[in-house]
Design a protein around this ligand. Structure first.
Ligand code: ZN
Length: 343
């Protein structure tokens, strides 16, 4: 988990390595970029580089200090994390809280951190604070944290890790040096998926394409999930004006819950893009295994119908995500409008 183990983020890692080596590490960094591309790994790697006894400035991953960083147990590497994440990572038990573990980082946690920061480092000359993920801080917590950013203790570096920087106060963002993490190269994601999930190259490449540069998402996508996606696409393409029952069946299948619906709409957006690509004879598809179906749909649909599909998918996603609309009803509406007038 050392800096050397971070893949595909050379620029970010080099910048941090240089700062540690030259003792020019800043007071506050904002690690931004999509989820699952190595932001947290890099933050922990940075912590190891700072506290490692064997390979200072780099981290060995094996010494007591490095191992305690990985287990979130090093006394000078402090972290702010929602209680629910502490339970999920087994850093705390449910019974450690007298309430339902919160999914937000609360102001009380920020205050406790500030008390710790007032004390000297226990083992290292420098302390590191990791906020994972920073957007989990609720507005009160962000305001409290701003005070630390305004007057950071000399011996402290703060790292805010986030995939959603626009959910942070602008005043908070502006006080941090931004380190951008891009999507990972598809070939790298495919290699890791082959190695870690034992998929063959074709399957691993299909997964990497769908994961869109996120290793985390790629590793979650197993064969079953891929088959579920294909079923969603087939059900979507089966919707025709001649048989409205297929439209309702599709809505029932894809609108089971908010999560299921959001995932289905995301998959279908990549699918309609594939159909558009197939229409102009392109080959780089998200779902190459459904190429024949994409070609067939491309012949059946004209430009207006394709655009309608993009628009309906987008509208349904916005309605469900931002306006709390019923996923089932949104998907019914989508299917019925897509099917057009019966007969
Ligand atoms: Zn070490």
């Amino acid at each position: 988990m050392t800096l050397a183990a971070v893949q595909g983020q050379t620029r970010a890692v080099d910048a941090l390595r240089k700062a540690v080596a030259g003792a020019t590490l800043g007071h506050a960094y904002l690690f931004t970029g999509p989820s699952g591309v190595g932001k947290e790994l890099t933050a922990l790697g940075l912590a190891q580089a700072m506290v490692c006894g064997e390979a200072p400035g780099e981290g060995c991953g094996r010494c007591s200090a490095c191992v305690r960083v990985e287990r979130f147990r090093h006394p000078d590497v402090l972290w702010l994390m929602p209680e629910s994440d502490q339970v999920r990572r087994r850093l705390a038990g449910r019974s450690d809280f007298d309430h339902v573990p919160s999914r937000e980082i609360r102001v009380e946690q920020v205050r406790r951190l500030q008390e710790r920061l007032a004390l000297r480092g226990l083992e290292s000359p420098r302390k590191l604070v990791l906020v994972l993920p920073a957007e989990a801080m609720n507005p009160q917590a962000q305001n409290a944290f701003l005070k630390t950013l305004e007057e950071p203790p000399d011996d402290t570096t703060l790292v805010l890790v986030t995939a959603a920087p626009d959910r942070l106060l602008p005043t908070l963002r502006s006080r941090c040096v931004r380190i951008a993490f891009g999507p990972l190269p598809r070939s790298l994601v495919a290699e890791r998926v082959m190695r870690e999930k034992g998929l063959d190259r074709a399957a691993a490449e299909a997964v990497a394409r769908l994961a869109d540069g996120s290793l985390e998402r790629a590793l979650e996508l197993d064969a079953q999930e891929l088959e579920r996606r294909r079923e969603t696409i087939r059900a979507f393409e089966a919707v025709t004006s001649s048989d409205l029952r297929t439209a309702l069946r599709f809505a029932e299948q894809a609108g089971g819950s908010r999560d299921v619906a959001e995932r289905a709409l995301g998959v279908l957006t990549t699918w309609v893009r594939d159909v558009a690509v197939a229409r102009v004879g392109g080959g780089d598809l998200f779902h190459p295994e459904l190429q024949a179906l994409a070609r067939e749909a491309a012949q059946r649909l004209d430009d207006i119908q394709l655009h309608l599909r993009f628009r309906l998918l987008d509208e349904a996603l916005v309605a469900i995500r931002q306006h709390n609309a019923s996923p089932r009803l949104q998907l019914e509406r989508l299917a019925l409008e897509m099917a057009g007038p019966a007969g």
